[in-house]
Design a protein. Structure first.
Length: 401
């Protein structure tokens, strides 16, 4: 396979190479191979060649003050970047840009434009960029270009007013995994992002028809939504429960059936620390102003909130398992598992990830494509949420007495 290098008509270029791993959750999805990578200068032109261990989604643009080229990739371990030969640039640095994305920054000696950019996958994975000098006016216009449609965040949704659990409809935030420049797993022309958006829309309709739910989707179309933004949507919606929807693929072995994931104990401390360091303090805990608190205080408060939330999440997983099995739908041989998925890290909103199936399984893919199966699964999820909400409200009442 070969991704042809194209001349750029605009300064932005965004590309992706679909894979079967859950790109949202993995670290170091690809590795830089410094031995074959280089930055060279031929006359006034600069050529950047980066050799990676495998194809990844990527985008490139120019930024000003100082002039620099920025390459965002999903996701690369940049170990060895200090050994890459470099000529004609002022500085080169790389690291984590945001969860799931890495960034390479090359400071330029002056105004440049991107003449060509592309990813060549024949005989290995090579990202090749050619830059040439340009006028200050042209560079400034390019650097000021807006985010591309596939990268920019979706417009804010109309969100319901927060209500206390047990005092009104259950506020459910459905999170169709992946989207936009991140298609997730793929098989036979079907992507995880599209399949999950379809199911989320159908599940939303089932929940709304029930009458006991208010439903908000983290994305209503095929757009990229950063992981931290998905948590922010839940907070803004006053979510009583957060349900992330996925359909992974495994490169080795065989996995079949739905799986329920909760946040592992081992991931909890790291989650609190990461949220305290990175997240908007207004989004961390409902009803608690952490904007003036340091990381240690914020982390302790989140740990306290999670102590109460985690038993609720365990009961949520059991309620969903009972409803799905009660509907005689196929589940994984280990139906409830733990993981450190970023979207499960809200300390006070019960959050669960439902792996509806595995695209690496032909049977699971057939089920995900079957409207009748999806309707049956949506009804089971509704029943599980209903049973959990009733139990949770009763226990909450006992705690307040």
């Amino acid at each position: 396979m070969r991704a042809v290098i194209l001349a750029l008509a605009m300064i932005w270029t965004v590309g992706f190479w679909p894979g079967t791993a859950r790109a949202q959750e993995l670290s170091a999805l690809a590795r830089l191979e410094p031995a074959g990578s280089s930055i060279t200068q031929t006359g006034p032109a600069l050529e950047i060649t980066l050799v990676l261990s495998q194809p990844v989604p990527w985008r490139v643009r120019l930024m000003a003050d100082p002039p620099r080229l920025v390459l965002d990739v999903r996701e690369v371990d940049w170990t060895g970047i200090d050994r890459v030969p470099r000529a004609g640039i002022t500085d080169l640095r790389a690291g984590v840009f945001r969860p799931g994305w890495s960034r390479l920054v090359a400071e330029l000696p002056g105004p440049f434009r991107i003449r060509t950019a592309g990813m060549d996958t024949e005989g290995g994975t090579h990202v090749r960029l050619v830059l040439e000098p340009t006028t200050a006016e042209t560079f400034a216009a390019s650097a000021a270009a807006p985010e591309p449609a596939g990268w920019a965040l979706p417009a804010p949704a109309d969100l319901p007013k927060p209500t206390r659990q047990g005092e009104g409809p259950l506020v459910v935030v459905l999170d169709p995994g992946h989207g936009g420049i991140d298609p997730g797993a793929e098989r036979d022309g079907f992507t995880e992002a599209d399949l999950m958006l379809t199911f989320a829309r159908e599940l939303k309709e089932v929940l709304l028809r029930d009458g006991g739910f208010v439903v908000v989707l983290t994305r209503e179309e095929d757009v990229f939504v950063p992981l931290e933004t998905r948590i922010s949507v839940s907070r803004a919606a006053g979510a009583h429960v957060f349900v992330s929807l996925h359909a992974d693929a495994l490169a080795e072995g065989e996995a079949v059936g739905a799986t329920l994931y909760t946040l592992s104990d081992e991931a909890s401390d790291a989650a609190a620390k990461t949220l305290a360091e990175r997240h908007d303090r207004a989004d961390l805990l409902a009803g608690v102003d952490l904007t003036e608190q340091d990381d240690l205080v914020a982390t302790v408060l989140m740990d306290m909130a999670r102590t109460e939330t985690m038993p609720r999440v365990d009961r949520l997983a059991l309620a969903l398992e009972g409803a799905i099995k009660g509907a005689e739908l196929k589940m994984h041989r280990h139906p409830i598992q733990e993981a450190g998925f970023s979207v499960l890290k809200s300390p006070d909103i019960p959050s669960i990830l439902i792996e509806l199936g595995f695209l690496s399984s032909e049977r699971d893919l057939a089920r995900l494509r079957d409207p009748a199966w999806r309707a049956k699964m949506a009804a089971a999820v509704r029943d599980g949420l209903t049973a959990w909400a009733a139990q949770d409200a009763a226990l909450s009442g006992l705690r307040r007495q």
